[in-house]
Design a protein around this ligand. Structure first.
Ligand SMILES: Cc1cc2nc3c(=O)[nH]c(=O)nc-3n(C[C@H](O)[C@H](O)[C@H](O)COP(=O)(O)OP(=O)(O)OC[C@H]3O[C@@H](n4cnc5c(N)ncnc54)[C@H](O)[C@@H]3O)c2cc1C
Length: 318
């Protein structure tokens, strides 16, 4: 059985690992130049800064077991515990994705443009480079991006799923001089200047030797500023950052704009099968029915990848 996965973020990587473990041939197609998706780390000068997921937490047994093995391999470690552990990639969150994707077949720098069902029931995946055929596919991009690829097949997706929306997030990345101290552990996330969601010191977080601060903006602020010019937006992020953290010496600044950072609503099943087609939708918006947090996050992406792989295995041959 040849399975194609669109998107090499966490859910796609986990689905691929699980399907391979069960003996299937799997290929991932990823539009970016690297795996990881929203597990994103940027190199700045001699250092690195996370600008997607800040950390992850663990509630369920499945991820708990995995994290033990990731800790043994030194891929992740506990950043701080307050009171429950916040895990981070040892070399940044993207480093974890890269470790998890080792040995997988990933077609990088290929943007999937269209998906359709051939007469022989195989699924054709057309990218900006080539076209490939699969017996089954898993689509893990944020839903609006996956729906665009489905063409008229999207009519077979239940309308309530099509109505789910995501919120954007801006992240400012600031390279500073000197020894900047951000709280006790390198994170400020309470009672901040309006507009700011989190201020992270990547040095205190332990992923860089240089002074690199990631400033995460609130959802409402990001929505309000979404269409404004980048320079103006970055200047405002800096102004709010300076209001929160006084006397810092900034030497360089960059802005990251996530269009689909977090879903505003979630789907209470860990994946969705498009009608009776061999096409599955997965990703962090798909939560297990009994998910205790009700929020999209690292763990929901992980579980969605795992559960969609189990479902494909179960349905094959039916
Ligand atoms: C700013 C920010 C902060 C966050 N903070 C936290 C946090 O602190 N804790 C936490 O648990 N979670 C956090 N999250 C959420 C977490 O990062 C995500 O839940 C998780 O990484 C999503 O994984 P995924 O595989 O579902 O999706 P993604 O990581 O988005 O993967 C989808 C992949 O599909 C690719 N793709 C899309 N369209 C195409 C196409 N047409 N062709 C080919 N490839 C395509 C994308 O490039 C991407 O790599 C944060 C997210 C953001 C953006």
């Amino acid at each position: 059985m040849k399975i194609g996965i669109i998107g090499a973020g966490l859910s796609g990587i986990i689905a691929a690992r699980e399907l391979i473990r069960r003996g299937h041939t799997v290929e991932l197609t990823e539009k970016s130049q690297s795996v990881g998706g929203r597990l994103a780390t940027r190199r700045i000068g001699d250092g690195r800064a996370d600008h997607g997921a800040v950390y992850f937490t663990v509630r369920g047994e499945a991820l708990k077991r995995e994290v033990q093995s990731w800790m043994s391999a030194n891929w992740v470690r506990v950043w701080y515990a307050d009171p429950y552990p916040r895990y981070v990639g040892t070399d940044g969150m993207n480093g974890l994705a890269k470790h998890l994707a080792e040995g997988l077949t990933v077609h990088l720098n290929e943007h999937v443009e269209h998906v359709h069902i051939e007469e022989d029931s195989t699924i054709s995946v057309k990218t900006d480079v080539t076209r490939r055929s699969y017996d089954q596919i898993v689509m893990t991009a944020p839903l609006p991006q996956s729906f665009e690829l489905l063409g008229s097949l999207v009519d077979q997706v239940t309308p309530s799923l099509r109505r789910l929306v995501y919120a954007p997030t801006f992240v400012g990345l600031f390279e500073c001089t000197g020894d900047v101290q951000i709280g006790e552990d390198g994170i400020l996330d309470h009672d901040l200047t309006p507009g700011l969601l989190k201020v992270i010191n990547n040095q205190q977080k332990g992923i860089t030797a240089t002074s690199l601060i990631s400033v995460y903006m609130e959802e409402a602020w990001s929505e309000e500023w979404y269409e404004r010019p980048e320079e103006e937006t970055l200047a405002e992020v800096e102004r709010l950052f300076r209001e929160e953290v006084r006397d810092i010496d900034i030497v360089s600044r960059q802005l990251k704009r996530w269009r689909y950072a977090q879903a505003k609503d979630v789907w209470h099943e860990p994946f969705y099968r498009v009608s009776h087609q061999p096409i599955y939708l997965a990703g962090d918006i798909f939560l297990e029915a009994d998910d205790p947090s009700g929020r999209t996050r690292f763990e929901s992406a992980y579980l969605s990848g795992l559960r969609v792989a189990e479902a494909i295995e179960k349905n094959i041959g039916r």
